[in-house]
Design a protein around this ligand. Structure first.
Ligand SMILES: [Zn+2]
Length: 431
């Protein structure tokens, strides 16, 4: 009997999840899903953010408190959510973290990625171990998020970290200590500098940004925080941060015969090496704190968003669009979005006339395919300064601005920083 009921439940979920995946789920149907979800024991209740949603509207629709919904999802700024972001609904059946299945995933794949066992995942989700998962299907995973008591160690009195980061977006880490420490943070193998936060925050807080690529995860990734104690020993603690699925599309790019040579390493590699060497510099002090201003007028729309996964000539989807493209004529001025120092201003093979600005703390912005460059390497620039004109130089098929944001070399979603500055840390810390 039970098995039959579960089979029915699974069929029900398959149908519903397939609808979600196809993006044809209307709000009314969604409410139906949630109500049905409550009737199913152990069913994780989640909601995928749709275009036009705000957290306020979602909270109202689901009948939960805005603050509760934000807290359950580690959302510090209720104005910042992403289409495709999967939200846990507080007060629903499950308080366990949820991971979203990717195309082709089995429970065994998830178990391997999460460092757990098929049996544990099967038991948590009341599933058969060999069950086929559907893309977008939520799967409950063992709790890994540290409790309050675990957010202190040695002279570190408080650690603020996001419970979840959407692929391609940037999280923030803040650490408070009882005395000055030389702190280090390693995020998924990336060594991050930690530096004092704005002078207006309570003393003893330091922090850093946690970048994720559009291809990272979904899954848990380690964040290790440590410092050298007086006796020379390193005291450290490792936390797990959930990276959840982003809203990105996929794109097949066919390069005509002959143009394929444009992807030859001989043509592309020198500038990649040059840029990665630049992006590895992270000892410039933080030069900016407020949200960035748009580098190009609002009247110039996005023609290709950040994060689209790309396959060239039928190869694997192993790369993604590293920036945001805005279509505009070649007469349009591109402006500096926030204070910084020009780190590069020259013609490159693939990226054409290129400008890179170092904003400090490992944060760089890049501007490709310009028709004219107005700045020179080493120049100190301020918000709103003209840096060049839109163009179609390099490997480009029409006039547009490609704007990208690199943090410790990782290309992250730049639009997030039009809404958030590093000053937002103050809000998260609560003073
Ligand atoms: Zn682009």
């Amino acid at each position: 009997m039970l098995a039959t009921r579960r089979n029915k439940q699974m069929r029900f979920w398959r149908k519903l999840l397939a609808s979600i995946f196809l993006g044809v789920l209307a709000a009314s149907l969604l409410l139906g899903l949630l109500e049905s979800g409550r009737a199913l024991a152990q069913t994780p209740a989640t909601y995928t953010v749709q275009p036009g949603d705000t957290l306020f509207v979602i909270a109202n629709r689901l009948g939960v408190e805005l603050a509760e919904l934000a807290a359950a999802n580690g959302i510090a700024d209720v104005n910042v959510i992403a289409v495709g972001q999967v939200l846990l609904i507080p007060g629903a059946e499950s308080s366990l973290p949820v991971i979203v299945a990717r195309p082709g995933d089995s429970l065994a794949d998830l178990a391997l990625r999460l460092g757990t066992t098929v049996e544990q995942l099967a038991a948590l989700n009341q599933m058969e171990p060999a069950i086929r998962l559907f893309p977008g299907q939520p799967v409950q995973i063992p709790p890994e998020a540290p409790g309050d008591t675990e957010l202190r160690f040695g002279a570190v009195t408080n650690v603020r970290l996001p419970s979840q980061i959407v692929q391609g977006r940037t999280g923030r880490l803040a650490v408070q200590s009882s005395r000055p420490l030389s702190l280090t943070a390693t995020w998924n193998g990336l060594s991050l500098g930690i530096q004092p936060l704005s002078a207006t925050v309570a003393s003893g807080w330091e922090g850093t940004l946690l970048p994720t690529s559009a291809l990272l995860g979904p899954g848990f990734f380690p964040l290790e925080i440590g410092y050298a104690a007086g006796n020379g020993n390193i005291l450290s603690r490792t936390f797990s941060v959930l990276v959840s699925a982003g809203p990105y599309d996929s794109q097949l790019i066919e390069l005509p015969d002959g143009k394929g040579s444009l992807l030859d390493p001989e043509f592309t590699q020198p500038e990649i090496e040059k840029l990665y060497a630049l992006w590895a510099v992270n000892d410039t002090p933080l030069l900016w704190s407020e949200p960035f201003s748009r580098p190009i007028g609002l009247e110039y729309p996005t023609t290709s968003p950040y994060g689209t996964r790309r396959s060239y000539n039928g190869g694997p989807y192993s790369s993604y669009h590293t920036g945001q493209d805005f279509g505009a004529p070649a007469t349009v001025t591109v402006t500096v979005p926030g204070a910084g120092i020009v780190a590069l201003a020259e013609a490159l093979n693939v990226r054409g006339n290129a400008v890179v600005i170092d904003h400090g703390a490992g944060v760089f912005t890049g501007y490709w395919h310009l028709s004219k460059i107005f700045v020179t390497t080493g120049q100190v620039v301020a918000t709103g300064d003209p840096l060049g004109l839109v163009g179609t130089t390099g490997l480009s098929t029409g006039n547009h601005l490609h704007w990208e944001l690199r943090i410790y070399g990782v290309a992250v979603e730049p639009l997030q920083f039009l809404e958030e500055g590093v000053g937002e840390w103050r809000v998260e810390i609560g003073d």
